[in-house]
Design a protein around this ligand. Sequence first.
Ligand SMILES: O=C(O)CCC(=O)C(=O)O
Length: 497
Amino acid sequence: MDDPFNIFDAQPPKKSRVEQVAGPESSLLPLVRAFVVQNARRTSEDLLPQLAGSASSGAAASGAAPTSVADDLESLVALLQMESPKERADSIAPATRIEAATWSLLSQRGAWPHVAWREAYVLSQWVLSYTDAVRNAPTDALRRLDRAFILGGPSEMLRNAMAVMEAAIDTPATHATPLDAVIDTQPSEKVSSEKVSSEKVSSEKVSPGNAIGSTISTIDPARQIERAAHLTLDAFRPHWRANRPLVLGGLLDDWGAVSKWSLDWFRAVHGHRLVPVELGLMGGSTSRGKPPPAAAFGGKPPAAAAFGGKPPPAAASSETPSWHERTMALSDLIDTYLLPSARGDSAGIAYLAQHALFEQIPSLREDFQPPPHCELGRLQHVNVWMGTAGTVTPLHYDSYDNMLAQLSGYKYVRLYASDQSRYLYVERAAADGGLSAQGNMSSVEELEAPDLERYPLLGKARYTETVLGPGETLFIPARCWHYVRSLSSALSVSFWF
Ligand SMILES: O=C(O)CCC(=O)C(=O)O
């Protein structure tokens, strides 16, 4: 029978399943071929109606003429189906042109004008991952696949392709590559071997003098969210039925992740993987918690709505000085931001937020189990939240119940029940399905120290609050408004059900 608790549409690929006999590129080729053949023609057809708008939209000026991208997509389908490695090598040129044209359009516009442009970019990354594998650069190939994942969403083929390349990185290839004669071989990037620090994601102590202790001391006991340790499913049920928030203790006691997932460990084992990171402070009207854009390839939306309403990372022109996204290696996130934050140095605010890391790196699923309490519904999304001190998730609600599990570090959380919406200056829902399509964002800025002349109704809103600490899990009912500020570097996993 279908396991209703299993949201992941494939089991973690087993090492043995992806062992390479003839070299990673030969395992990768059928996956890349199948994906490109399955999708490129439709993407190419979807691009052509963009022709009319391209002159005015700036697409032509950026070199992203839909016709040439569409033609290049068609060429890729033909070239990848060739049996001859020499012919297949010709796919580098059109794939590189597509990559350059789509990326430059994104950089100019800050967002792709149609999902087909994003698909074209993702297709280019699939093809170039194969050519990277051929030139024996598995880390480069994996990065292409990570970018495809971040922009194109999970698919079984993509996960299997990533597993092939992970295995190739673990076991250096010893084979001759069939295209070596036609593609320049470059030294493969090595996973950083720098000495790793032994610090955990957060080692902050709770004392009245620090941010955690002083925040705890400001919480009025009358507003404190109720807490319970080791609550059975039956004892939890009334809370769930009544949409009553609750902090649960003891749910993570058996998680291997609690002792295993230190920053050292993430850096040593997964530091080479690319992830989308939000940098700077997110403002009240920025879009986390919003619905994902149109799904690429007609399938699932991009990884857990990582780009809900936002431009993809590293689109330079979309950046604001205060908040922007970058795709970076996990090791860079750890070294540049998380370790300094854990040491108490200020290195800037960085957040790997609402990211489907367990789809991207399935082996991580072995280190935790979803709280059994999620069985009251059906598990929908599991996301990771890994960031420095000072991250803020602005006030919003989600349409799912949520178990927010805190692995390490501390977060201040404020909740407003859905009947308080009238005081919360809800952003009006946009008719075009754009940023505020769900109407689930509050436009209040600086929620903890608001300008009550600007938001007079906010003073009437009743709320509850808590500081969520390591090992605790917060039940946030669906449609319950929540605002979260991290008091230290912190790692959480959310289970939407
Ligand atoms: O931890 C955070 O910063 C936000 C969590 C959140 O909004 C969620 O789990 O839905």
